[in-house]
Design a protein around this ligand. Structure first.
Ligand SMILES: [Mg+2]
Length: 439
């Protein structure tokens, strides 16, 4: 029986896991030509009699995954030896203790490899807390009171955009309909979109075939990677539009390919294809550049977020009216806590959220944040239809995921995650997780 009152965290284990996805160009785009989807995987072990553990990871695309795993291991002194009860009772304090380490903070602050490592460990602690409470992570968040959720958030640097009182008001306004929304999720699921047809390295024939299959599978939005060659992009948009018909949405993603002026010139040429949104046209750090692009291509919608490093940059994107929608990523910022801050700011600024995923395990993680957002923050079915979860279900990647409950977003609506903690968690043995690239 679980007895976290006396249990302590005994180990923070890390694993460098890599998959040779570049062999079939799965995941290829204008800036990442040959990604090998990888995870720096974290396991928090405890001496609890039930075998309670917590699992988290950072997604990378190959080289440097060892560096990322070392960054996760650098947090051991802040984690090992802590009482489980203390951690799961105050996940806000736990997250702040990691981001505020006086020496590690120099490696950010709150951005890059060290911040992503903190996100993995914070997410592992959330997994441990959810398992302890016998719930999936989305339900753990959804069942919290507005006051408990506000206590999770580090408001440092964002109170000029969102105060704790404003966050509390948003959460309280969403509280009355929680039970109905949970019931709606359980019966209807949550809509997803897919990029599976649109990787840049795929042939025209494969693009058309997979686009038709996506529509047949029920997806109402697909996304194409663009940005290497405008003639190729326009031809691929035409092929995709012919395959999916006029009513299925078509988004494009440049993965930071262009300068500001080139973004405007290039994106204007997509107008005949009724693009649902244009994602990451330029540097993820260029807040004012995104604002210029947005004004330059309106009414085409501009988005970014999967590489947005923290809540401060998201805050500026909202304040500068630089984006029409955002992508959050479960393994880019400092874990659940920082993503809740971003979701609350998005709610205040009325910016829709289309979560980013696609890499190993990311779909499985981010679905919990999207569902918690719908139940406890954004709070309306209209938003649920507008807010979609990114699903990359290239068969090769999915076959090799080290997951206990693979993301079931093959169709729309998706099915609800029911396992405890994050869906991707499983008890990992070093031998089975150390899958080396055989190139
Ligand atoms: Mg993207």
């Amino acid at each position: 029986m679980t007895n976290p009152g006396v249990a302590v965290i005994t180990a923070l284990e890390t694993y460098d896991i890599r998959f040779p996805t570049s062999r079939e160009m799965d995941g290829s785009d204008a800036m990442n030509a040959d990604p090998d989807y990888s995870a720096a995987y974290v396991v928090l072990r405890t001496d609890d009699a039930s075998g309670l553990c917590g699992y988290g990871f950072v997604f990378t695309i190959g080289r440097g995954n060892d560096v990322q795993a070392l960054a996760c291991a650098a947090l051991r002194h802040l984690v090992v030896g802590r009482h489980v009860a203390e951690v799961v009772a105050d996940l806000g304090a736990f997250a702040r203790s990691l981001t505020n380490d006086s020496q590690l903070r120099w490696l950010g602050p709150e951005k890059g490899v060290m911040h992503m490592a903190i996100g993995a460990v914070v997410n592992a602690a959330w997994d441990m807390a959810a398992r302890h409470r016998g719930k999936p992570v989305w339900r753990l968040i959804a069942d919290m009171s507005p006051e408990q959720i506000v206590d999770l958030i580090d408001f440092r640097y964002i109170t000029d955009a969102l105060t704790p009182a404003e966050a509390l008001a948003i959460l309280r306004a969403a509280a009355p309909g929680k039970a109905e929304r949970i019931a709606a999720l359980n019966s209807l699921g949550y809509p997803a979109y897919t990029t599976s047809p649109g990787w840049l390295g795929y042939s025209d024939e494969k693009l058309a075939r997979l686009a038709r299959r996506a529509v047949k599978d029920g997806f109402r939005t697909i996304k194409l990677e663009v940005g290497l060659n405008i003639e190729d992009d326009l031809r691929r948009c035409r092929i995709a539009r012919e395959a999916i018909g006029p009513t299925v949405a078509l988004a494009v993603d440049a993965n930071q390919r262009w300068n500001v002026e080139a973004s405007i010139d290039w994106l204007k040429q997509f107008a005949p294809y009724n693009v649902a949104w244009a994602e990451e046209p330029t540097s993820p750090d260029d807040v004012l550049g995104h604002a210029v692009i947005r004004r330059g291509v309106a009414p085409m919608r501009i988005s970014t977020g999967e590489h947005t490093q923290n809540r401060v940059i998201f805050k500026q994107l909202f304040q500068a009216q630089a984006v029409d929608l955002i992508q959050i990523d479960a393994a880019r910022v400092g874990g659940v806590n920082e993503n809740l801050a971003i979701l609350l700011m998005a709610a205040k600024f009325n910016v829709p959220v289309f979560p980013h995923a696609g890499g190993v395990g990311l779909c499985e993680l981010v679905q919990h944040l999207a569902m918690a957002d719908f139940v406890a923050i954004s709070g309306s079915m209209e938003d649920a239809r507008r807010r979609r979860i990114f699903c990359a279900n290239a068969a090769r990647i999915r076959r090799t995921l080290p997951l206990s409950e693979r993301c079931r977003l093959d169709s729309n609506p998706s099915l609800m995650p029911t396992r405890l903690g994050w869906s991707p968690a499983r008890d990992c043995k070093a031998r089975e997780l150390t899958i080396l690239l055989a190139k």
